[in-house]
Design a binder for this molecule. Structure first.
Ligand code: SAH
Length: 536
């Protein structure tokens, strides 16, 4: 069915030709949100979401409900009502349909589609303050925010550490710096070092040798006032002009120390303020008003356990096992593919945490659960039984490109397409880090290309793709991508909503006859699919 809304029966996954069922639950981030301040709306949303991802199989129902109970910790989760799934939902002016000739007609069914909540939209959040920011339970109470893996800490802690670092000078600095556990402590300690250096500079400048009273032989034992007519300089060294500024070596050192000290002091203060601002941004987002934690934390907490919120898993296997056990990777085939690719080759920091991370150029490597979800929604089209061609638009780190290549097997080809040349190169370099990656590159099973993904891609004279994965949020569903999707084929693409604020992932499926079905999966937050920055 092209265009219009459709109620999907209980076996629609089979209709799609999926050998593995479409994941019967929303992606983790999606699960993990209790979403609204209004409990009635909350329940509606949950109920719609539950239906949207449930395949009505009894066992799966139980699993789903168990997981939902786990995620929401909601004793009423069982009472979630079920309605038929709506496919191809979205408002009449939804961006995903904006350039399609076959627009869906407005029907009552569309009312069943709830607008995404803020929490859903933030599910795979990538704005800078979100990439490395999580809410952590425990230590600092519910509202403690982690920025770059460290709690922010209070102003008091900043000042206190600064004072210790200053008072005990280098020893104080070393102690406070080595023992710091917050941004406040770390930067306070550095600020203290800065002050210490400035002090040293002052001491050296105001050299006490010349100023100290040299003789205490005055009246009553007090220092004798200096004789105004005496001088202790060499008259031959006196010049008549001030035309040269005479700095001794000690003066220079003093100035250097002071400048370095000021630099350290200012930098550490600015860094602390930045971390605090970061914290404020996160705390001010309106989901905090609901008193529910950020989704990413929920996912991480669920996957890795409380301690792991801070420390993550310690190996790729542990990460993948945890994702699998938590139901964030559902298929053993997908699990095997994830095990073959070490995320440490692709993620610059904390590779074994289920978090998105910055890879530079305002791009991020998505959280592994998002990659898993993207693969599982198109699983049937990635089977290695025939020659598969996969296009990964916005390949970024190259991690997903590599995993997709493991999925499609020896006959398949995966093209990672990037519009930023440096990121295209980064993807290729990352793949070259492992013997397996090098082998795939040499065999031409992975190719990294530079180009604008909105226009699709032609490789080896062919422009038809079994699977198109788009790793950045499109303003509209680009016609070129639809055309390049094979019949049958499957596309996973985040698309902005009509206001350009929220985004949703859509699963677009073309059947063998070329008929297109669109299914809105869940809200996300991806970087935009845009023009390349200048010079790329
Ligand atoms: N999936 C990747 C990266 C996701 S970030 C990973 O997980 O590592 C999204 C990527 O899309 C960025 O690298 C960005 O440069 C790229 N991108 C954005 N607009 C694009 C366009 N028009 N064409 C190709 N790539 C684009």
């Amino acid at each position: 069915m092209a265009g219009g809304y459709e109620r999907v029966n209980a076996h629609d996954e089979e209709d799609h030709g999926l050998s593995q069922p479409t994941p019967s639950s929303p992606p983790p981030s999606f699960h993990s949100r209790s979403s609204s301040p209004n409990s009635r709306r909350h329940q509606q949303v949950d109920s719609t979401l539950a239906d949207a991802f449930d395949d009505d199989d009894d066992n799966t129902d139980d699993e789903f409900d168990d997981r939902q109970r786990h995620h929401f910790a909601n004793p009423n989760a069982d009472s979630v009502q079920r309605t038929a799934r709506v496919m191809g939902g979205g408002g009449a002016t939804d961006g995903v349909f904006a350039n399609m000739s076959a627009r869906p007609e407005r029907q009552d069914a569309e009312k069943e589609e709830q607008p995404p909540t803020y929490e859903q939209a933030a599910a795979d959040a990538v704005p800078p303050y979100w990439e490395t920011t999580i809410f952590a339970p425990g230590m600092g109470g519910a509202d403690e925010v982690y920025v770059d893996g460290l709690p922010v800490g209070s102003v008091f802690s900043f000042i206190w550490n600064g004072m210790i670092s200053t008072s005990f000078q280098l020893v104080g600095f070393l102690l406070t710096y080595l023992l710091h556990s917050t941004h406040a402590a770390k930067n306070g300690s550095r600020a203290g070092l800065g002050i210490t250096l400035i002090q040293y500079g002052f001491y050296m400048k105001a050299d006490p040798v010349g100023d100290a009273p040299s003789n205490m032989g005055g009246q009553d034992g007090y220092a004798a006032p200096p004789d105004p007519n005496s001088h202790d300089f060499d008259e031959h060294e006196v010049t008549d002009g001030g035309d040269t500024l005479d700095f001794s070596g000690g003066d220079w050192l003093a100035y250097v120390l002071m400048i370095v000290g000021w630099f350290i002091l200012i930098k550490s203060t600015v860094e602390y303020l930045k971390a605090r601002r970061h914290e404020q941004l996160v705390l001010q987002t309106h989901d905090r008003g609901l008193g529910v934690p950020n989704c990413s934390l929920e996912c991480i907490r669920l996957v890795l356990g409380h301690c792991a919120v801070r420390y993550g898993s310690d190996s790729n296997r542990a990460l993948v096992d945890n994702l699998y056990e938590a139901g964030l990777i559902k298929s053993p085939i997908v699990k095997d593919a994830f095990l073959k690719v070490d995320r440490a080759d692709y993620a610059p920091h904390n590779p074994y945490k289920d978090c998105p991370q910055s890879i530079g150029h305002s791009a991020t490597i998505s959280a592994p659960h998002m990659h898993a979800s993207a693969i599982e929604y198109c699983l049937a089209y990635l089977s290695p039984d025939k020659e598969r061609r996969v296009l990964d638009i916005g390949s970024g780190s190259g991690y997903l490109t590599h995993i997709l290549a493991e999925m499609v097997g020896d006959k398949g080809t995966v093209v990672g397409l990037e519009h930023i040349r440096e990121l295209r190169d980064l993807g290729e370099r990352n793949a070259q880090k492992s013997a397996r990656g090098r082998q795939l590159l040499e065999a031409g099973r992975i190719k990294f290309r530079h180009g604008d993904g909105r226009k699709g891609w032609v490789e080896d004279g062919k422009s038809d793709w079994d699977v198109i994965h788009v790793g950045a949020s499109a303003r509209i569903l680009h016609e070129e991508l639809l055309e390049q999707l094979k019949a049958p084929g499957c596309m996973f693409i985040p698309v902005d909503d009509e206001h350009g604020i929220d985004q949703s992932v859509w699963r677009i499926e073309k059947d063998a006859k070329g008929e297109i079905t669109r299914q809105r999966l869940f809200g996300v937050r991806y970087v935009p699919l845009t023009d390349p920055p200048r010079g790329s």
